[in-house]
Design a protein around this ligand. Structure first.
Ligand SMILES: CSCC[C@H](N)C(=O)N[C@@H](C)C(=O)N[C@@H](C)C(=O)O
Length: 349
C-alpha cells in the first residue's frame, strides 16, 4: 500500500475528511520537497496538493510528483477552501501556531477544524528501504569522520576545534551536521547537551562527542565518550556502568519489545551501580527526517518496536561538577533482532 493510501486510511480513522499538513518533516515525507518550511500539503479523499510559492516553482516540479499549486497566503488558503466546503479538516496541533490556526479559521469558515497529533509521524515510524539506505549512508559518513577526528581528541585541544573539524569534514563530504556538535570534556561532561566550547581538554579527562550527519534530508546520531590519558577511578567506574547498560539494551532490541521495557533494562543496571538519578534522560528515540522522532524509548512510552524502525540506544550518567558519560548507537530493528548501524569503536577506559 502506498504511503499516501496509508495516510488516507489514517485520516479517515481519525474521523476527518482531510488533513492540512504544516510540519516541515511531514511535508517533506509526503512530497519529497526539500524546502518544506515553505511548503504545506492538503490531503483530501480525492487529491493531494503541495502548496508553495513562486521561489520554488522549478524546485518543487523537479523534486515532487505531488500536484502543486504555487501561491502565497492568503491565496493558498483561498485555493484550498475551494476543495474543502463543509468538510472536517484535521490540522497538526503539535505544530500549527495559534496565528496559523486563526488564518485557517478565517479563510475556511465552512470547514470544521479538528486538532490531530502525530498522524503523519506514525507513518514515519517505519522506514522504507530508501530511507534506511539514506540513514545508513549518513551514519557511515559520521563513522568515517569520527575515526578521522578521533586522534585530535587530546590534552591541550579546544572542544570547539574538534567540533569545527567534524563539521568541516561533514560539509566537505556534501553533508552537514544533524545538530550542533556536542563536545563536552571533564566537568562539562555533566551537561548531556554541552555544545563544544572554548574549553581546553586536560589530561585525565573523559570527553563526550555526540554527532550526527544530515545527508539528503536524513539524519544519523551517535555518541562516544573517550578518555584522554588515565581518567579517575570514579569516572572509569561510571564509564563501565554506562557501557554495561548500553550493551544490555542493544542486546534486547528486537521486534515486539516495548520501548518502555528497553528503557527499564538500562535504567535498572545504572540504578544497580548507584547511578539511577544520574541517568537524567530517556534511553533513546527514533531517527529519520528529524533527529528526534518516534518511537520514544522512555519509561512512559507506549511504543512497541517493529521491523524498519531506526532508533538510538543512549544511556548516560551525569555527575554535576565532576563529569559525565554517554554512549549511543544507532540501530535498525530487523525481522529477528537488530542491526547496529554505528561502527565507531567503544573504547575501554
Ligand atoms: C540536540 S539533538 C541531540 C541529539 C542527542 N544525541 C540526543 O538525542 N540526546 C538525548 C540525551 C536526548 O536529547 N534525548 C531526548 C529524546 C530526551 O531524553 O528527551
Amino acid at each position: 500500500m502506498s504511503q499516501l493510501q496509508r495516510l488516507r486510511d489514517a485520516i479517515s480513522e481519525a474521523g476527518v475528511d482531510a488533513l492540512w499538513v504544516s510540519n516541515p518533516a511531514n511535508v517533506r515525507a509526503l512530497t519529497g520537497f526539500t524546502s518544506p518550511e515553505d511548503g504545506r500539503v492538503l490531503v483530501t479523499p480525492d487529491a493531494t496538493t503541495l502548496y508553495t510559492d513562486a521561489r520554488y516553482t522549478v524546485q518543487a516540479r523537479e523534486e515532487s510528483s505531488v500536484p502543486q499549486h504555487i501561491a502565497r497566503p492568503p491565496e493558498t488558503f483561498k485555493h484550498a477552501a475551494g476543495t474543502l466546503g463543509g468538510r472536517k479538516v484535521g490540522f497538526e496541533a503539535d505544530h500549527l501556531t495559534v496565528a496559523g490556526l486563526k488564518d485557517l479559521k478565517e479563510h475556511w469558515p465552512d470547514a470544521e477544524l479538528v486538532p490531530l497529533r502525530g498522524v503523519v509521524q506514525r507513518l514515519r515510524l517505519h522506514k522504507t528501504s530508501e530511507e534506511i539506505g539514506a540513514i545508513r549512508a549518513a551514519q557511515d559518513l559520521a563513522d568515517q569522520v569520527f575515526s578521522e577526528v578521533r586522534p585530535m581528541i587530546a590534552a591541550g585541544v579546544r572542544e570547539l576545534d574538534i567540533a569545527l573539524e567534524i563539521e568541516t569534514r561533514l560539509r566537505k563530504a556534501g553533508a552537514g551536521p544533524a545538530f550542533g556538535v556536542i563536545v563536552a570534556s571533564g566537568p562539562r561532561g555533566a551537561m548531556p547537551h554541552g555544545l563544544a566550547s572554548e574549553r581546553v581538554i586536560q589530561d585525565g579527562e573523559l570527553v563526550t562527542v555526540d554527532m550526527g550527519a544530515r545527508m539528503n534530508g536524513y539524519n544519523s546520531d551517535m555518541t562516544r565518550t573517550v578518555a584522554v590519558g588515565q581518567p579517575s577511578d570514579e569516572m572509569r567506574r561510571v564509564y563501565n556502568a554506562v557501557l554495561e547498560a548500553e550493551e544490555a539494551a542493544v542486546r534486547a532490541v528486537r521486534p515486539g519489545v516495548r520501548a518502555a521495557d528497553l528503557d527499564k533494562i538500562a535504567r535498572d543496571i545504572l540504578t544497580g551501580h548507584g547511578l539511577g538519578e544520574a541517568f537524567s534522560h530517556s534511553l533513546g528515540h527514533g531517527v529519520g527526517l528529524e533527529v528526534h522522532e518516534g518511537p520514544g524509548l522512555r519509561g512512559t512510552s507506549e511504543d512497541v518496536l517493529a521491523p524498519g524502525m531506526i532508533i538510538t540506544i543512549e544511556p548516560g550518567a551525569y555527575l554535576p561538577d565532576v563529569g559525565g558519560v554517554r554512549i549511543e548507537d544507532l540501530l535498525l530493528v530487523t525481522e529477528d533482532g537488530c542491526e547496529v548501524l554505528s561502527h565507531a569503536p567503544k573504547e575501554s577506559v
